[in-house]
Write a protein that binds this ligand. Sequence first.
Ligand code: MLT
Length: 262
Amino acid sequence: MKMINGLPVFEVGNTSNPAIFFVHGFLLDNTMWNYQIEFLKNKYYCVSYDFRGMGKSLVEDGQYTIEAFVDEIELILNELKIEKTIICGLSMGGYISFRAIEKFYDRFNGAIFCDTRATADSNQGKLKRAAAIKQINSEGLDSYVESFFSNIFGKKFKSINSVAYEQHLNAAKKINPIGVKGCQLAMMGRNDSLDFLPQINFPVLAICGEEDSLTPPIEMKYFADKIPNCNFHIIKEAGHMSPVEEPIIVNKIIEDFLKKSF
Ligand code: MLT
């Protein structure tokens, strides 16, 4: 592990292999990608990190923007001397990845988007974020994390993998609320990347849980159709956390995509 600008960065695999840069989701950290990295590490140079506000990152003042998150990805790529990478992001990690591709297009040669969307928040979405911040301030983080997690993980995962579910829940409850609220504000202020999608001319994979209620398959299909070279897959009986909920199926899809494209 290396600290870069107050962010823990993890490298697994040989640096001479094609690089994959993993960006986790909201209320999660680098470990959400453990199954994928373990599976891919012999053929790919896998880099993951905890972005500002989450995991073991230095939380600072909570005044976050997606632009700053993206600049930090560029900084990490520079520090690790990675000229080009495939970027793989889930949900908020996907929002960051879309903007990173738009801003630093030449640094990327492929993308994997899991359970995410390319559009900015709707008015209703912004109000939900304001309500989340209000709930954290009035009821505390635990109550917010519990309501959030019960919505994002699919029914099957929660019943079959209750231990793993509890682990994610307990880890999220330990996050500094300043970081959590800062991430909500960053997501609230993000750009819409929809118009940029037709310009992405490298291979893209899009994966979505069938029961994802936050970024449902219909919304993912909508953006996937705007990217010229995009493979779209729906993961049966998974919610918003498809790589965590169905790692064997998701790993196989990622492996096939990478084999075909790189
Ligand atoms: C995530 O799962 O990363 C976020 O919840 C996405 C969001 O709140 O829009």
